[in-house]
Design a protein around this ligand. Structure first.
Ligand code: TLP
Length: 350
């Protein structure tokens, strides 16, 4: 039996650090539904400051943060522009359509690097037949784009197109600190032009639960009501916020380690015959690879049996995510396991 399970399925599998467990125990609490939880209030202020926005609102998850952001920026029946591989389009149960009565207008994703001219072409002109286009959603880093990073210049160009045409911009920044770390800049440079941004505490920052949405004071006041409608109004949520405070103080700077590990992983995978990956795409903590000649069920079962877990995203494509708790030695071990699992492919044929 393998010893340590090396779980590379997602950075959502991270467990709280000892400092977070202590902070939860000691957290000052109150009723956040009435805005009276001091720990939540502190986290919201810290987060808003990091994002360069006026205010923040703690939400239960990234999915809820995106939905709150979308609903607070639109009216029922309008249309929102998304990349055709955006998380909020593919993996959030179509909440914007189901709950917001919004139609999605997908544009080519380009690994998250949406093209301003393609966005501009998707904006509906004023016409009796059309819904009003009211929001552009961006994603940084981009999950399905192998953790691709949007630069401040790209973000600005996209925001300019949106704002010139009367659209708001919501940024799914679930992993915004990974993007900032990769570029070596403060996160607020990546959020400067957007109207709202969500980021997650429960991914690379290692918290057990929680995300946040930031924007103008007026937007957050509206978002608070939407959150309540979605059942996301919490009570002594300072238990959750306490971990977020530790995360912002202690867990952002270490993301560079995850990125370095992802690069080693991607390079190692590229050297395994039978595995297809482009190591240049490993910009942050997400690595995708393909093994066309083996069934996904077999590959996953073999690797899991040898103590290495990762996700089969679709077809013969797989995703590995590095995070807190995964050390350099685990990367070497994972590479050795994957290499053994695909080895029969490479055996000389009789
Ligand atoms: N991503 C998860 C899930 O897809 C399972 C993962 O493992 O990567 N935006 C982005 C870019 C995300 O990657 C995710 C979660 C979310 C939003 C939603 O966050 P949660 O899971 O907190 O609702």
């Amino acid at each position: 039996m393998p010893g340590k399970i090396i779980d590379l399925r997602s950075d959502t599998v991270t467990l709280p650090t000892p400092a977070m467990r202590k902070a939860m125990y000691e957290a000052e609490l109150g009723d956040d539904n009435s805005g009276e939880d001091p720990s939540v209030n502190k986290l919201q202020e810290m987060s808003a400051e990091r994002m360069g926005k006026e205010a923040g609102l703690l939400v239960t998850s990234g999915t809820q943060g995106n939905l709150v952001g979308i609903l607070a920026s639109t009216q029922h029946g309008e249309e929102i522009i998304v990349g055709d591989e955006a998380h909020c389009y593919l993996y959030e149960v179509g909440g914007a359509a189901a709950i917001g009565g919004l139609s999605f207008r997908p544009v080519p994703n380009h690994r998250g690097h949406l093209q301003p001219d393609e966005v501009a072409a998707a904006i509906r002109p004023d016409n009796i037949h059309f819904p009003r286009t009211s929001l552009l959603c961006l994603e940084n880093t981009h999950n399905r784009g192998s953790g691709a990073v949007l630069t401040p210049a790209e973000t600005k160009a996209l925001c300019d197109v949106a704002h010139t045409n009367g659209l708001k911009v919501h940024l799914d920044g679930a992993r915004i600190f990974n993007a900032a770390t990769a570029l070596g800049i403060p996160a607020n440079r990546l959020t400067a032009g957007v109207d709202s941004v969500t980021f997650c505490f429960s991914k690379g920052l290692s918290c057990p639960v929680g995300s946040i949405i930031c924007g103008s004071q007026e937007f957050i006041t509206r978002s608070r009501k939407v959150r309540k409608m979605l059942g996301g109004g919490m009570r002594q949520a300072g238990i959750i916020a306490a971990c977020g405070i530790v995360a912002l103080n202690e867990m952002v700077d270490r993301l560079a380690e995850d990125h370095a590990n992802a690069k080693i992983l991607a390079q190692g995978l590229a050297n395994i015959p039978g595995v297809i990956t482009d190591p240049a795409l490993a910009e942050t903590n997400i690595v995708f690879f393909d093994v066309p000649d083996i069934s996904p069920a077999d590959l996953i079962a073999k690797c899991t049996g040898m103590g290495v877990r990762f996700q089969n995203t679709f077809g013969t494509r797989y995703r590995l995510v590095t995070h807190y708790g995964i050390e350099r030695a685990d990367i070497e071990a994972a590479l050795s396991v994957i290499s053994q699992a695909v080895a029969p492919l490479n055996a000389p044929r009789a």
